[in-house]
Design a protein around this ligand. Structure first.
Ligand SMILES: [Fe+2]
Ligand SMILES: [Fe+2]
Length: 298
């Protein structure tokens, strides 16, 4: 950011109170770039939060390097959006924004498996679905420069989802958990409304996300019913300000650590398991690196 440049913060409002493009009075390309700048700003905070929050977790150094690189990418994406907004005569803060992404960070603060499932594998995976549509709309509006910026951002986002998937598989392998079941159970408990289509199945498959994980239409029947129940609970909870996890668990839980999912919390909180877990995770990472080596050398 250039010295002397001032960017004010956006006012945060409930998602339904974020103005439509028409009500915002911003031209459509500026409206889209403002929304994307807000996503990127949250993504910077989320990536650093993952690095800092799980600093004491039994994770190899490569985990923290991966998320520091993600934070670096997100900072660059934010600057591209701010620069283009400026070229269009607008700035971040010209309209209100919502805090849904940060709520995902709070919901998944309890353990690293939940964080990976909610943030890179669900929130960021939405970018794989929405990115190409956003590019097409900007091209249709005749704004080739904004379209090129968004195209480049969307390309780089695929790596962020892939980083999330690889580490999630690693954590599940180290815990001896089935990753598909673990993903579905975690989302169902913490963020049941994050899995919304339409899904770009091809882009998701490329980063290792099978539809049996993210598309409730492909879930086993019992798990699909639990998701419907969680969504009902979330609707009820919205009436009195509670999250789905709080409604299902019957209480507010430990707000400093975030809600706990039964699957990850018992093992990840047990100090006796931590050394063994780190060793298994390092073993998994070594295997992944060996598998990736021939492809990257090509
Ligand atoms: Fe980004
Ligand atoms: Fe990202």
């Amino acid at each position: 950011m250039a010295p002397g440049t001032h960017h004010r913060a956006s006012t945060l409002v409930a998602p339904k109170q974020v103005p439509t493009a028409k009500a915002s009075r911003l031209p459509l390309p500026a409206y889209m770039l403002h929304s994307l700048a807000h996503v990127e700003l949250n993504a910077v905070d989320l990536a650093w939060d993952t690095v800092a929050r799980f600093a004491a977790a039994p994770l190899p150094r490569a985990f923290f390097l991966d998320f520091a690189r993600v934070a670096d990418d997100e900072s660059r994406h934010l600057l591209w959006c701010l620069q283009r907004l400026g070229e269009l005569g607008h700035a971040y803060g010209d309209m209100p924004a919502h805090s849904v992404l940060w709520e995902g960070a709070q919901a998944s603060a309890g353990d690293v498996g939940s964080r990976l499932a909610v943030v890179p594998m669900s929130q960021e995976a939405r970018g794989l679905d929405a990115g190409p549509r956003l590019v097409d709309r900007l091209v249709g509006l005749g704004d080739a420069r904004s379209a090129a910026i968004v195209r480049r951002i969307a390309q780089e986002e695929t790596a962020h989802v892939a980083v999330g998937v690889v580490w999630f598989r690693g954590v599940c392998a180290a815990l001896g958990a089935d990753p598909g079941h673990a993903f579905r159970a975690t989302i169902c408990t913490l963020c049941p409304d994050v899995l919304r289509g339409p899904f770009e199945a091809g882009a998701r498959a490329q980063v290792g996300l099978p539809p049996e994980w993210y598309d409730p239409g492909c879930w086993p029947e019992g798990e699909r019913e639990r998701l419907a129940e969680a969504l009902r609970a979330r609707k009820e909870g919205a009436l009195d300000g509670r999250t789905a996890a709080e409604v299902q668990g019957g209480g507010r839980g430990d707000t400093a650590r975030g809600p706990q999912t039964a699957l990850f919390s018992s093992t990840l909180q047990d100090a006796e398991n931590l050394g063994a877990l780190r060793a298994r995770l390092e073993h998994f990472v070594a295997g992944e690196t060996a598998r990736a080596a021939p492809a990257s050398a090509a």
